[in-house]
Unconditional design. Structure first.
Length: 248
């Protein structure tokens, strides 16, 4: 069931999204060799609390942390650890902010120090694919238009799009209908309507798109050990076009 959001609900989600974007900006200042994802986790919890917000994913289906911190070949849902990040690593920080009942979800992949040209290109292509998809998030278009925009661009750049994890609707809870695939055919799937709020969050791998699960039951990583990057925004469909609620 699709829950179209009222202006008030969208306003609350936008306020949460602005705080989430601010949190990402602060994280960007922290990222350097030697920092740990546990340090980032601690910062996020404190920063959100200081701004009257909470991390919605903490406790969600038993997840223990305020952030997902996925390093290098980890695709998503990595646990924060005390292992220092190294020069040339990449780390994706994903979180959901709850501010006064409004939810917003966003992920960003950060380079740690100087990264290789190959790694930088993976990040650039992944970010570009997100914005190409957002351009398709127009009332009257279909979900397949979003997926096709990502897949056609990413595969044209000789990378692969993860299929095991998707975007989703968001509102009163983290995950609502619809499921937002990052691959697909144009003109197919559910038609987008004004008031729909969704996440678009392409995960792009340097090698094959296939994933495997760690023993913790949460963390997914590439089967070939190659890098994976992700960028995510929460979007509302409006008559004027897509509006990003988590813009940095």
């Amino acid at each position: 069931m699709i829950n179209l959001k009222s202006e008030r609900e969208i306003e609350l989600m936008h306020e949460a999204g602005k705080l989430l974007a601010a949190t990402h900006r602060e994280i960007a200042k922290m990222i350097k060799p030697g920092i740990t994802t546990a340090d980032i986790e601690e910062f996020v919890e404190k920063y959100l609390a200081e701004h009257g917000a909470t991390a919605e994913q903490k406790g969600y289906q038993g997840y223990k942390y305020a952030t997902c911190a996925s390093v290098n070949d980890e695709i998503c849902h990595g646990f924060p650890t005390k292992k220092p990040l190294k020069e040339g690593d990449i780390v994706t920080i994903d979180m959901v902010v709850n501010l006064n009942g409004g939810l917003a979800d966003s992920a960003w992949t950060y380079p740690v120090g100087e990264v290789s040209n190959e790694t930088a290109r993976l990040l650039e292509v992944t970010k570009n694919s997100l914005y190409k998809a957002i351009e398709q998030a127009q009332a009257g278009n279909r979900l397949g238009d979003i997926g096709h925009a990502i897949q056609s661009y990413v595969e044209g750049e000789k990378y692969s799009v993860v299929r095991d994890f998707t975007g989703h609707g968001i509102g009163k809870t983290i995950h609502e209908d619809p499921t937002v695939l990052h691959y697909g055919k144009p003109g197919k799937g559910m038609r987008l309507k004004e008031g729909m709020v969704i996440t678009i969050e392409p995960m792009v791998n340097a090698g094959t798109w296939h994933s495997k699960m760690d023993q913790n039951g949460w963390t997914a990583r590439t089967v070939d050990g190659k890098l994976s990057a992700q960028y995510e925004h929460t979007i509302v469909i409006t008559k004027e076009g897509p509006k990003i609620l988590t813009e940095q």
